[in-house]
Each structure stands twice: as structure tokens, then as C-alpha cells.
Write a protein of this length. Structure first.
Length: 128
């Protein structure tokens, strides 16, 4: 699955975007913390680690430490004044999808909300 995620990252890198995050910003191990309550506060209910790979403003990630074939793919966006950086990502599995939308709150730190196709939702924190 790691080879598949890397292939997707390379494919995504060939697609041109309007504004880019630093190349390789999402490299290495990142941790995502999720909860199942939409209240703009992330309680540490679920914690996962990903091995991330990025090129410009696009990234892919695969789980580490657990046996899970699903992966995460997404991108970042800057405001025209480059003062706000947004993140959008999708957790992809054969039948399950979770969509993340958030913003950068500090260096290597993003927060936002998520929704899935099972009707659940909550808050998330993504940190290096």
C-alpha cells in the first residue's frame, strides 16, 4: 500500500496547482487526533500516526503501526495574502470515506472538522 500511496503522490505532483505549500512540508511521521463530537475542541479519543509524503501543496499518507490499507490524500491552500493556510484531505478506503477540512494554527499543526459517509463527524488535530 505504501507503494500505491507514493505513486499517487507522484501523480498528484504532476498536476499543476495555483499556490504551493513548501515542497515536502508533509514528509515523515504525523499524528492525527480525532474525536466524534463537533464542538471545535479535539478530545484525544482516537489517535493515529501516518507516514506522509508531499510535493508542493499535495500530499498522501499511509498508516504506521497498525494494519490498515486505507490512505489519506489531500492538499493545502493559501490565501492571496499568504496569511491563512487551509487544508483539505480525504481518508480513502474501499467503502469508507472521511473528509477533513481545516486550517493551519501553528507550524506543523492543523485543526478542523471531519465528516464521513457513515454519518459521523467530529474535530481533528494534525501535528508533526
Amino acid at each position: 500500500m505504501k507503494i500505491f500511496a507514493t505513486a499517487i503522490a507522484l501523480l498528484l505532483s504532476s498536476v499543476s496547482g495555483s499556490t504551493y505549500a513548501a515542497s515536502g512540508e508533509f514528509s515523515g511521521n504525523w499524528t492525527i487526533t480525532l474525536d466524534k463530537t463537533l464542538d471545535n475542541y479535539v478530545s484525544s479519543q482516537l489517535v493515529y500516526t501516518f507516514d506522509m509524503n508531499s510535493h508542493h501543496n499535495m500530499f498522501t499518507a499511509v498508516y504506521t503501526g497498525i494494519n490498515n490499507d486505507s490512505f489519506l490524500e489531500g492538499r493545502t491552500y493559501f490565501s492571496s495574502a499568504r496569511t491563512t493556510q487551509l487544508i483539505q484531505a480525504v481518508h480513502v478506503d474501499s467503502t469508507y470515506y472521511r473528509v477533513y477540512s481545516g486550517k493551519k494554527v501553528a507550524h506543523n499543526h492543523y485543526e478542523g472538522v471531519w465528516y464521513d459517509n457513515a454519518g459521523q463527524s467530529g474535530d481533528f488535530r494534525l501535528k508533526k
